[in-house]
Ligand binder design. Structure first.
Ligand code: AMP
Length: 143
């Protein structure tokens, strides 16, 4: 019997994402688990404190579209079909917590920068995901 049936790999869209994806793919194959690929687009208004008197809807839509295209490219490369590619809007930690429940995920895979000091061993998103997720969390050290 395998320990994990459904894994969620959360990626930012930086050049570091392939490192996280590659390990998640290996883990999912080793466990014969389904792999769900997730990117959370942060609301554009957050970056400006909601103070800009401008309609940011179009910009938000463009960010979502670019994220879907990027996920589709990764999905094709790794054999993850459209039904398992999710782009959502919100705070990464909260959205990942929500999706873990909604999708009945039993392992979340995130990247970790191994920061020291205040942020201790985990990067901020990885830390936020760990605290509040009921299932197991695998932190991939970003090199
Ligand atoms: P950070 O703490 O922001 O350096 O990010 C560490 C890890 O959190 C990344 O390698 C991803 O696994 C995950 N992550 C960060 N931002 C996002 C995002 N917007 N959507 C999905 N996952 C994310």
């Amino acid at each position: 019997m395998s320990a994990y049936k459904k894994m969620l790999v959360a990626i930012d869209l930086t050049e570091e994402a392939p490192q996280v994806l590659e390990k998640a793919k290996i883990m999912s194959e080793a466990h014969g688990a389904n792999l769900v690929l997730v990117h959370v687009v942060e609301p554009v208004g957050y970056a400006y404190g909601g103070d800009i008197p401008m309609d940011l809807t179009e910009l938000q839509e463009q960010l979502g579209k670019a994220a879907r295209e990027q996920l589709a490219a990764y999905g094709e490369r790794l054999g993850i079909d459209k039904a398992h590619q999710i782009v959502t809007v919100g705070r990464p930690e909260s959205e990942i917590h929500r999706l873990v429940k909604e999708q009945a995920v039993d392992l979340v895979v995130v990247g970790s920068h191994g920061r020291k000091g205040f942020q201790l061993l985990l990067g901020s998103t990885a830390n936020g995901v760990l605290h509040g997720t009921e299932c197991d969390v695998l932190a991939i050290r970003i090199r």
